[in-house]
Design a binder for this molecule. Structure first.
Ligand code: SGN
Ligand code: CA
Length: 536
């Protein structure tokens, strides 16, 4: 059959274009984005943790839509991942390479383009990018990391402080926009960005009593000794054993200390800020609920006087329970939003997507936090439902990345996708039609070193089965160190096989792939932030 368009097909295409659906019928998008909520804690991903703490509402999105099993980030850290979400570009092009420093809000972002394409654009919650918001018709965002209790929001008009728990307030503000500010003249893009499940994992008062008498199973790699790995894993500072703080992270406080802190904060104007101050921001009523839950647990902890591995095990339990408690509030938020869409008759024409800025370690390798290109933090959840378009209950196993999100939104809106965005629209995948030439590899680059958690700079290439990581620059012996993992034989990435002669050919191929990806994504030859120039 000839591939040339016939006159008739040209006429038909022309007709279809002029008869395009009116703007109001294009689908709405609700994008729910949490902070550090990892696949291991989501029921739809089959997690054993989610059996203890089910996520029925997030799972509804998967049940009615599609679960992406291999969705990854390009740089596993908060602000860069958010800049990628907005721009559809890797860190070196949007310029937000790590959590520090500024962000050029004047650059091209998808919300600006969606606005031009006739969408109402709305952002509620955590954005974690400095500078005045652009491209949103309506926005209420947390300053920086925001606070778990009595959070302040920045709006076009100034700052407003609300009483209550941050996830609930974000949900209420989003629902308030839907109920009272939404207009029917245009479709909308509503971005609901949560602070939970971020460190220091402080739950809503109604959830602090959860999981009191259960023991959470430990990951098999809790006591990883990094036997086959290079310097980066050995010298990180993100372990439950050494890095995790008893008071600020794990809520272990003595009565004397609490009294002292309260006296200190009482003298200050306004509410205490920062993670240490969070406990003291609570209302008296909430603090009482909190103390009723934590005081007896802390008393038992002091009496047990744990040491060594027993102490690590105890910290793991406290950490995981608090993390899952905060996840509960996110799941409830998703439920409230899904219910509203249904009740308001918006369900049919609204795409709902759920994701997080990156994955997280829940004790795997003895860690918390993210940053590394190992699976738990390289991955991020992605679930989407789109009635009538996505087949319910499906799973996608293609390699997708957060550079794809912006283009996906533009494609859904029927807007033009700019040449300089670096991802691919996921719309064909959502329709169950992955293109033949879909990507076979992903590029990754983490830049924040020296810095908190001491994770060395690294870049790498991930393919369906293999992953090659190149740690480089300051703090790395000879300025360069490679690791290679086989995800089929070694899904927990415990066995770095870079040194094995049988992999020589594979390594050459992966290095060539890495070079090709650098070229494709226009990564500067000499890595920025003072990294040593590459040899060879
Ligand atoms: C931010 C980072 C965390 C990190 C703390 C360190 N999260 O909150 O990864 O643990 O800083 O804080 S991010 O979502 O913003 O990337 S500190 O107070 O211990 O220095
Ligand atoms: Ca984050």
């Amino acid at each position: 059959m000839s591939m040339r368009p016939t006159l008739l097909s040209l006429v038909l295409t022309g007709l279809a274009a002029t008869a395009a659906a009116p703007a109001a019928q294009r689908p709405n998008i609700v994008w729910i984005f949490s902070d550090d909520h990892t696949q291991q804690a989501i029921g739809a991903y089959g997690s054993h943790l989610a059996k203890l703490n089910p996520t029925p509402n997030i799972d509804r999105i998967a049940k009615e839509g599609m679960r992406f099993d291999r969705c990854y980030v390009g740089n596993s850290i908060c602000a860069p991942a958010r800049a990628t979400l907005l721009t559809g570009k890797h860190s070196h092009l949007h310029g937000k390479m790590d959590n520090r420093g500024g962000f050029n809000q004047d650059q091209q972002t998808f919300p600006k383009l969606l606005q031009k394409a006739g969408y109402h654009t709305v952002m509620i919650g955590k954005i974690h990018l400095p500078g005045k918001m652009q491209g949103f018709d309506y926005w209420e965002v947390l300053p920086g990391q925001g606070s778990y209790y009595q959070p302040t929001f920045i709006t076009e008009e100034g700052r407003t402080q609300y009483t209550g728990y941050v996830a609930d307030i974000i949900t209420d503000r989003a629902l308030d926009w839907l109920k009272t500010k939404r207009k029917d003249d245009k479709p909308f893009m509503l971005m609901v960005h949560h602070k939970a499940t971020h460190r220091t994992w402080k739950a809503a008062p109604r959830h602090v009593g959860l999981f009191d008498d259960i023991t959470i199973p430990e990951p098999p790699t809790l006591f990883d000794d990094f036997a086959t790995r290079g310097v980066a894993a050995h010298q990180q500072d993100m372990s439950i054993a050494k890095t995790m703080r008893l008071a600020a992270d794990l809520k272990v406080r003595k009565e004397e200390e609490k009294a002292e802190m309260r006296a200190k904060y009482a003298k200050q104007k306004g509410l205490p800020s920062g993670e240490i101050g969070a406990y003291y921001r609570m209302t008296e009523e909430h603090r009482q609920i909190w103390d009723t839950a934590y005081d007896p647990r802390n008393k038992a902890f002091f009496e047990a006087n744990l040491k060594g591995d027993d102490l690590i095990r105890w910290k793991y339990q406290r950490y995981l329970k608090d993390y899952l408690r905060t996840a509960k509030s996110i799941d409830e938020s998703v439920g409230a939003i899904l219910d509203y869409l249904k009740d308001a008759g918006l369900e049919e024409n609204t795409i709902v997507m759920y994701s997080s800025d990156q994955g997280f370690y829940l004790g795997e390798h003895g860690w918390f936090d993210k940053r590394f290109m190992y699976e738990e933090s390289f991955r991020t959840p992605l679930l989407a439902k789109w009635p009538g378009t996505i087949k319910p209950g499906t799973a996608n196993k293609d390699l997708v990345q957060n550079i794809d999100f912006a283009e996906t939104f533009l494609d859904i809106a029927g807007a033009k996708i700019p040449e300089d965005m670096q991802g691919e629209s996921l719309v064909p995948l959502l329709k169950g039609e992955t293109p033949e030439d879909w990507r076979d590899s992903l590029y990754y680059h983490y830049y924040e070193y020296p810095a908190v958690h001491s994770v060395r700079k690294h870049e790498g290439v991930a393919m369906e089965r293999y992953k090659l990581i190149r740690f480089y620059g300051q703090g790395v012996p000879n300025a360069e160190e490679f690791e290679l993992y086989d995800l089929v034989d070694d899904p927990q990435e415990l066995n770095n096989v870079y040194g094995e002669p049988k992999h020589a050919e594979l390594i050459t191929e992966l290095k060539a792939k890495l070079k090709a990806l650098r070229k494709k994504y226009a990564v500067p030859e000499a890595p920025a932030h003072g990294g040593a120039p590459r040899q060879g």
